[in-house]
Write a protein that binds this ligand. Sequence first.
Ligand code: B16
Ligand code: MG
Length: 218
Amino acid sequence: MNTKGFIFDLDGVIVDTAKYHYLAWKKLANGIGIDFTEVQNEHLKGVSRVNSLEKILAWANKTISEGQFMELMAKKNDNYLSYIAKMDEGEILPDVTETLDFLIKQKQPIALGSASKNAREILKKVNLFEKFDIIVDGNDVTEAKPNPEVFLIAANGLGIKPEDCIVFEDSVAGVQAANTAKMISVGIGQQEVLYEANDVFIDFTEMGTTYINELINK
Ligand code: B16
Ligand code: MG
């Protein structure tokens, strides 16, 4: 049997933490007199914490000192972590556990490739930590998506060539990162948004094991 490297994004692929990022950014923005909408939140998917705050300030034409910037980042994360603390297995997106178990049964190596610095904590909360051979997150990279660094480190850690890796991603920046790394990009979400991906599925229930087997044997 062939061996491929399967790399999963976290937020929006394994769990829907975008809603918690939204609540935490909204509270922070409103606290400094800035409006923040769900549409704007869409543009922060896959974007690092630093780049997210830069965008929010730029949308509002607001400049702040370096010290204030660091303070706001810490404040947002503290608030975000209060939501994470309440997470459990019930928040895993449909058929994600089944897909991971299928890959493990097929002896395919699995990595996490996330921009989040809270990835390890979240995986532990939802009881999926042990299923990954390697975890690469926001603490391990110097460049944020769409730079392919996070996925290239993951492929290297798995010992699989980038062209033999498959990336599951819900963000445009993440799909672009996978494409730049010369990996197969599989979008999880809307075709109209993720049209740059090799294939797009609304979620893992739509994907099924026949497609995964095709990827393994490609
Ligand atoms: P944190 P992913 C990304 O995770 C999120 O999509 C993005 O909204 C968030 O700003 C980023 O992680 C950083 O997260 O503040 O927890 O370090 O989709 O790459 O798994
Ligand atoms: Mg994501």
